[in-house]
Design a protein around this ligand. Sequence first.
Ligand code: FPP
Length: 262
Amino acid sequence: MAKWISRMLGSAVLPEKQADNHQINEIDLSRLPQHVAIIMDGNGRWAQKRGLPRSVGHRAGVESLRTAVKVCTNIGIKYLTVYAFSTENWKRPKEEVDTLMNLLVEYLEKEVAELNQQGVQIRAYGDLAGLPLAAQQALTRSINLTAKNNKLVLGLCLNYGGRAEIVQAVNQIAAEVKAGKIDPGSIDEEVIEKFLYTRDIPDPDLLIRPAGELRISNYLLWQLAYTEFWLTDVLWPDFREEHFLQAIVDYQKRERRFGGLL
Ligand code: FPP
């Protein structure tokens, strides 16, 4: 079994750092997190440390995203959701916002055929109407092309904020109540979940936050209620397969009680 996993993972390994067999042997494939969420943080610091423009850090961050997708498809994680652009990121200089939007379009245009072949279904969560037209069009094309795939659901959080997501859900529910379609007395967690961007996917089991920050940054506020957090000082562009596997190994050592007792 271990050899088989090792062979499978071989294709995702980046040359400079290989996941060692010891780490791979430790993973129980029958108890993988079904859904992993990632805050891709530290691109700017990675670039600054090298005296490079922040845009180079973001580009390097796309490489780490590629690696994360490969790890998921290789070992069988079903949902990967990444924070690519928050509702607050518009406050950054226009040049950086443009870089991020261009990178998104470039990523989708360059990779969608391969992602499609790998069985990846692309989705986007957030206020997509607020994105530049080119980004909206690239997303629509990628989402439509990959809609039937079921190996991995790759969720891109774009113009996304956890609070904004809850506000839009409340507004939609209020409109349904007004139209007589929802009885206000029937509103429970299940009803609210139906109006979230993530309505038909399970909550994340594991949240990975690189770059040493200890905050949630308005990410998946509803969905992270019982998610296990895995934090590391490694900056996102340095995040490799070995880090992802370590997060899974550590996750499998946790006792998840969901507020109850074991
Ligand atoms: C946070 O790092 C990262 C972002 C705001 C953007 C993340 C985007 C990418 C990894 C690439 C584009 C995404 C796709 C889907 C192609 P930061 O810049 O805030 O880092 P810092 O805290 O070190 O400044």
